[in-house]
Design a protein around this ligand. Structure first.
Ligand code: AMP
Ligand code: MG
Length: 278
């Protein structure tokens, strides 16, 4: 069984995050032992992304969600190590700008969906509109509660248009989050990442978990499944995500497209050009 089957939330099932061990290491003992497995997934991903770009008939959208310091930025760096910058993009979603706020909640994400041939990673996403918006009551319940169905329709529409969708929740423990905050405090290279809100949001942990559980349960669909990734160990998180991405791309039946020209004709032109050079 691969990690895809292990960490997917099957459509229609309940999610109890407290029952999922964020420190899971799978069958791997250490980051050193996992390194060749990670390298293999990245190599597969690189080859498949080349085909996706060449084939230009389908696209891939990867959604990353998780609490502060869960490792979203780390996963972006890791996945891009396995992809050519040509044909890949990341879109990060922060507090909406005035212009974004003046539109429906899907407007800003829809503009960044992958074109055919592209891979796009969303670092945060339209899910913020049923997470932070719910936890902080930035919109009334009757507004955000309708969004699950709207999100499912939107993602269904993207899937019908040739976009594969993978959604990852990076699952860390509160202890691990605090440990990471401490490392940020102690490391001048990371202090820029610290924000006041990291600590105030932390006190809302149970509310966020509740919001995440409901969001993931209600929007894990056949065409746009959620995966809950144990993320206390960065290497295990990277291993699981890259394996799931590579396995999914393998299923997309990507093939080198046939030449768009008559090769016999082009060969004649080539030989004529070569003769002229002599
Ligand atoms: P970061 O990802 O650490 O740069 O922080 C981005 C911040 O923007 C987080 O606190 C998010 O919760 C917040 N954010 C993202 N989308 C929304 C949204 N739709 N409404 C309100 N806040 C948001
Ligand atoms: Mg943050």
């Amino acid at each position: 069984m691969g990690y895809r089957e292990e960490f997917i939330l099957q459509p229609g099932s309940r999610l109890h995050l407290a029952r999922i061990d964020p420190s899971c290491k799978g069958k791997h003992e250490s980051s050193e032992k996992a390194a060749p497995v990670i390298a293999e997934s990245l190599a597969r991903m690189r080859a498949l992304q080349y085909l996706l770009y060449a084939d230009a008939s389908q696209s891939l959208l990867i959604v990353l969600q998780g609490l502060d310091a869960a490792g979203k930025d780390g996963v972006v760096r890791h996945l891009f190590a396995g992809m050519n910058p040509q044909g890949t993009r990341v879109a990060s979603f922060k507090q909406p700008s005035a212009e974004e706020h003046a539109h429906d909640f899907l407007w800003r994400v829809h503009r960044h969906t992958p074109a055919r041939g592209e891979v796009v990673i969303y670092n945060r996403s339209h899910y913020e509109d049923v997470l932070v918006v719910r936890v902080h009551a930035l919109a009334p319940r009757e507004v955000w509660s309708k969004r699950y169905a709207l999100i499912n329709d939107f993602e269904q529409m993207l899937a019908e248009s040739g976009t594969r969708i993978l959604k990852f929740y990076l699952h860390i423990s509160p202890e691990e989050q605090l440990e990471r905050f401490k490392r940020r405090l102690d490391d001048p290279a990371r202090q820029w990442k610290i924000s006041e809100s990291d600590y105030s949001e932390r006190t809302l942990w149970p509310k966020y978990i509740e919001a995440y559980e409901e969001a993931i349960e209600r929007t894990s669909t056949k065409l746009a499944p959620w995966f809950v990734i144990p993320a206390n160990h960065k290497w295990f998180r990277d291993l699981a995500v890259s394996q799931i991405v590579a396995d999914t791309m393998s299923d997309m039946k990507l093939k080198t497209p046939p030449p768009r020209v008559d090769l016999a004709d082009i060969r004649k032109k080539y030989h004529a050009a070569a003769r002229e050079m002599r």
